[in-house]
Design a protein around this ligand. Sequence first.
Ligand code: 13P
Length: 338
Amino acid sequence: MNLDELNGIAKKMVAKGRGILAADESSGTIKKRFDAIGVENTEDNRRDYREFLFRSSAMKDHISGVILFDETIRQKAKDGTPLVKLIQDAGSIPGIKVDAGAKPLAGSPGETVTEGLDGLRERFVEYHKLGARFAKWRAVIDIADGIPTYNCVNANAQALARYAALAQENGIVPIVEPEILMDGAHDIATCERVTGWVLETTFSQLFYAGVRPEGMILKPNMIVPGKKCAKQNSIAEVAEATVRVLKRHVPSSVPGIAFLSGGQSDEDATAHLSAINAIGNLPWAVTFSYGRALQAAPQKAWSGKAENVAKAQAAFGHRARMNGLAATGAWSKANEAA
Ligand code: 13P
């Protein structure tokens, strides 16, 4: 393992005012997004959509890296240029989602464990050749009556650790993503307690697996109440709870934390990130690795029509700029109108 090289890549992924575009929707997930805007889920449409994102001017200024799906890392733009090259030409780093999705966990009804470890070493060798310098693995933890269980938290943390060790062995920075879903009716204190538990378990498994914190990026959820909880908290409360949990459980040797948006509104995801950074004095760089909160607006503006591409690129550029500001703690609502 060349830790200096991994550390250099990780630092670039969280460079000041820049963050990660999570464009790694599986064919099933992108179908859901396309269905919502009346676009047929064909290989060409997926290519056209991602091509205009990667060609947009916002990439250079605000997007440090792009997480790709297996199909996309092999795909070429309409003019034959590999999509990976478009990303590299914009000064951004290509990354790859390597997990095979969350599957029902035996013995734990209602819970999942993320699969995809078989053959992963060989896949990393190939992805590195294709240009990937970082990867993503997402564990999914739900909160409801009696869950998460010890079994679920432990199984997911072990899988994350085995994935991350294989990534580092192959010169690829692992994004370690233990996502606690915000779908439930739980309050913010429950999210804080479960997130603390999951992070503590994950970093302990990473340690046992020999993963070096200097060569990874953490992609956590923010500390928010479930969407169905009657009490929704202020931006400041979310920021304070999030910083408290991260300071308790994330080693300061981790170069960066890049949040998922998880179903927050576009503006909440930006406001929370800015408030977290505004607290200041954080030992890690803190930025975004958003899927929906960066792409919902351009998807809607595009709606599958070539004549809407410039408008869609502008919508993407706006969210990328807003989140770039938030990554330095400098966003305010007034910026949204600018
Ligand atoms: P969201 O920002 O839409 O949660 O997606 C980020 C991601 O990569 C989830 O794995």
